[in-house]
Design a protein around this ligand. Structure first.
Ligand code: SAH
Length: 243
């Protein structure tokens, strides 16, 4: 037994290293992947679970999606911090807690069709997709739409549909949606979005003026009626109407 253990140890060591090399080539070194995985798991525990996020799919998706790949290389080390991060063009990727909260409220899962307004980096869209949803996302800044589409497909989220356009009008062709997530603060709830919500559907949208306190609102549509409730004060970049 002793001799077999020794023999196996000599083979297994180099074999393990050899097996890790392709991973290293594909997405940074193996050590780097491990470091971020740990940071991500810590983020899930301390920022999400500790604040009451408890939907299993949401937590799993947040632990899986590599947030550091959605920001510039210079910001990767801050990707799992408890705050928003700049993504260029004056826009930001929301704090992990807010992304998780909006995801949980959208009740993600297989076969659920969702519209996101404000693709930005593509991070929120990736989290929804990772949680099982069929995702359509609209972005008003063409350069951001293009880079997010490339990033999403490079990371394997190639089923997410990204389009440049004013999200005010939604995406009628693929409506109705089980959930709509708006990631820019609107002064009022765009009526076309309410229309594109399924019966029983939910919309999560920050409402308020751009430079004051905004409120995260939940809009629920049932039997043709819409019910709106305020959830918590938030700060989002403004919802724009022209590219
Ligand atoms: N959800 C993004 C963060 C988005 S920041 C992420 O996970 O990275 C908000 C985004 O909404 C910005 O990229 C902004 O350009 C976009 N936006 C603002 N108004 C919009 C509109 N009317 N239609 C579509 N996108 C809009």
């Amino acid at each position: 037994m002793k001799r077999i253990g020794h023999w196996w140890g000599r083979i297994a060591g180099p074999l393990l290293i050899w097996m890790l090399i392709p991973v290293g080539v594909a997405g940074g070194t193996a050590a780097e992947i491990d470091r971020y995985r740990e940071a991500r798991e810590r983020m899930v525990r301390t920022q999400l679970e500790a604040r009451g996020i408890d939907d299993r799919r949401t937590l799993q998706a947040m632990a899986e999606v590599p947030r550091h790949r959605f920001v510039s290389a210079g910001l990767a080390a801050k990707a799992y911090d408890d705050g928003p991060l700049p993504i260029g063009y004056g826009q930001t990727i929301s704090q992990p807690y807010i992304v998780a909260l909006m995801t949980e409220l959208a009740r993600p899962g297989p076969g659920r069709r969702m519209l996101e307004v404000g693709t930005g980096s593509g991070y929120q869209a990736a989290v929804l997709a990772e949680a099982g949803a069929e995702v359509y996302t609209l972005e008003i800044i063409p350069q951001l739409a293009e880079s997010a589409a490339k990033r999403l497909s490079a990371l394997g989220y190639d089923r997410v549909r990204v389009r440049t356009g004013d999200g005010y009008f939604g995406w009628n062709e693929h409506a109705p949606f089980d959930a709509i997530i708006v990631t820019a603060a609107a002064e009022f709830i765009p009526p076309p979005l309410v229309e594109q919500l399924k019966d029983g559907g939910r919309m999560i949208i920050p409402v308020g003026s751009p430079f004051f306190v905004q409120t995260l609102m939940l809009v629920e549509k049932r039997d043709g009626e819409t019910r709106t409730s305020s959830l918590l004060p938030v700060r989002f970049v403004p919802f724009r109407r022209t590219p």
